[in-house]
Design a protein around this ligand. Structure first.
Ligand code: GAR
Length: 197
């Protein structure tokens, strides 16, 4: 049974879907949910699901990313996770932190990578006139949003879409995609999961 820790920054809807998926014959179990924001709404959702939580407020470590990450690691190391899932975690991690979880840290990103790493992905897809948008789950490497792809979900861009409407439809697919990727990854299979709306 693989032990999974999840990092969030906000509402944690992807995190909740991951927790809900890890039941019965699933090859993994959630052991810890953490956030860089003590007020992240997702923390209460994880607690309600019976999962231990922690927060390390990044604002207390302004300008000292290694110290922030050391504090994160104190919590994470105690939980001895085999897999670390970033689920709406909005802090950039140093190469040193990434190397601690090499080949076992996953991230979900709201674009069809390699298109649109970074922020404002939906607006950028709309501005480019793309016919499709989506989300990607990938292994985290030191380069932002550039690691090997473990799964993608596609949605059509519809007439009248704005960034919010597109984001909402992509999020529905994120909720399908991330649990499928985690299940496959935890069982040792890295074949990409490809789904469409
Ligand atoms: C999701 O759309 C996720 O793809 C995105 O943040 C949202 C978090 O929602 N992640 C990133 O932008 C990472 N750069 P959630 O907290 O409801 O899961």
């Amino acid at each position: 049974m693989k032990r999974v820790a999840i990092l969030i920054s906000g509402g944690g809807s992807n995190m909740v879907r991951l927790l809900e998926s890890m039941t019965d014959d699933h090859p993994a179990r959630a052991v810890l949910v953490g956030s860089n924001d003590p007020a992240a709404a997702g923390l209460a959702k994880a607690e309600a699901a019976g999962v231990a939580t922690f927060a390390v407020d990044h604002r207390a470590y302004r300008g000292d990313r290694p110290a922030f990450e050391s504090a994160l690691l104190e919590h994470l190391d105690r939980a001895e996770p085999d897999i670390l899932c970033l689920a709406g975690f909005m802090r950039i991690l140093t190469p040193e932190f990434v190397s601690r979880f090499q080949d076992r840290m996953l991230n979900i990103h709201p674009s069809l990578l390699p298109k649109y790493p970074g922020l404002h992905t939906h607006q950028r897809a709309l501005d480019a006139g793309d016919a499709q948008a989506g989300a990607t789950v990938h292994l985290v490497t030191p380069e932002l949003d550039a690691g090997p792809i473990l799964g993608q979900a596609r949605v059509p861009v519809l007439p009248g879409d704005d960034a919010d409407r597109l984001a909402a439809r992509v999020l529905v697919q994120e909720h399908r995609l991330y649990p499928q990727v985690l299940r496959r990854f935890a069982s040792g299979d890295r074949t990409p999961v490809l789904i469409a709306e």
